[in-house]
Design a protein around this ligand. Sequence first.
Ligand SMILES: NC(=O)c1ccc[n+]([C@@H]2O[C@H](COP(=O)([O-])OP(=O)(O)OC[C@H]3O[C@@H](n4cnc5c(N)ncnc54)[C@H](O)[C@@H]3O)[C@@H](O)[C@H]2O)c1
Length: 412
Amino acid sequence: MKKYVQVGCGTRGAYAYAVPLVQAYADCGVLCGVYDINPKRAKLVSEFAGKEIPVYNDFDQMLESVKPDVVIITTKDCAHDYYAIKAMKAGCDVIVEKPLTTTFKKALSIRKAQKETGQDVTVTFNLRFHPFFKRIKEMIAEGTIGEIRSIHYEWLLDTSHGADYFHRWHSIRENSGSLLVHKSTHHFDLANWYLEQDPIAVNAFGTRRFYSDIKKPPADRCLNCPEKKSCKYYFDISQDAMVRKLFLDCEDEDGYIRDRCVFSDVIDIEDSISLNVQYSGGAVMSYTLTAHSPYEGLRLCMSGTKGRIEISTKDLTGMGYDIQSETNVKIINYNGEEIHIEIPAETAKGHGGADDQIRERLFRNKHLPDPLHQMADTRAGLMSIGIGMAANISMQEGRQVKLSEFFDDLLN
Ligand SMILES: NC(=O)c1ccc[n+]([C@@H]2O[C@H](COP(=O)([O-])OP(=O)(O)OC[C@H]3O[C@@H](n4cnc5c(N)ncnc54)[C@H](O)[C@@H]3O)[C@@H](O)[C@H]2O)c1
């Protein structure tokens, strides 16, 4: 039976890992301890899971006394490297949430530690397990459109999902590496996975002009805002019992405010980004992220040597990836034939069933063959954030950034 410990007991940590591990995978592993910089939040894991889980006040002490096989890392993004490196050095395998980390310096440190220790690191790109994206991967692997030469890619977050990033820690670049790292890591990973090529150069532009309308916010947070009744982005932190418990009731410990005004002047990330990527096998990609769209959705067009696949979805659930409606997938070949593909709608909770699938793999079936390469390792984690981090530098310095400046020995 594998021994697990977890660091980071917020929304994702509690509901995607700790609770399912205790309730659905008790036959495969034991959650032997949890740690969070906010001990009140860490204690809630036992309440949510319905079983007493030891809470540690110190990560090193947790490693020392539990001697776990695996450390699950679900802290805010910028702390992933610190715990991943400590875990590997203590002889543990690592399951780390995306993005692997937030800067090139941290990325290289993780890579060095992994090389030195030989521990297994899995970056949890759950979209690779989403039945919809998995089916697209299968079609590409079957050679439906031949070798991909270009990608045109647009991802849209609506003003609920998109605005939520501006309320939380994600809106400060130091925490998240910006949306280009925190959010787009999913999107870049899908592109890299579909192409099976490495990104080699990036050119980017970005701006924040939507969540910047108000020069002086009427309050620092929604809770005490005099304009809560009229503000389109008002987030009621007290309405949802889980959010209230995890954040409002835990504020006295760490001062973290989960409903900060989306117009706060501490925010330093973009809400609209456009970039181009050149790949090692000669493919090129254009990509945009909009965090203030009237609807949630995605457009992804890939042109290959045998034809082209065009995908568009309008996700009306506002939850990101629960693709349920207005999904259109067609293949167009060079004879002018157009074939519409039906991919059954997914209604499962947890990112359209992706979370269930990745957990099955992580906790029960890690040893099984992986013909589609759904399990992402450090290299995949680095290549995906590599695009976002290079784009950040490109925007800052106004130049094309080559990934070889940082990842020389990794590139094909
Ligand atoms: N794959 C997905 O679909 C998906 C979805 C949501 C979040 N995530 C990832 O999961 C991670 C957690 O996100 P979340 O939404 O749960 O955020 P959250 O704010 O709900 O929780 C983060 C937790 O980390 C803790 N923390 C912060 N800094 C820490 C540190 N230095 N040491 C220990 N604990 C620390 C906080 O106290 C908090 O409990 C992030 O890396 C995020 O990118 C992935």
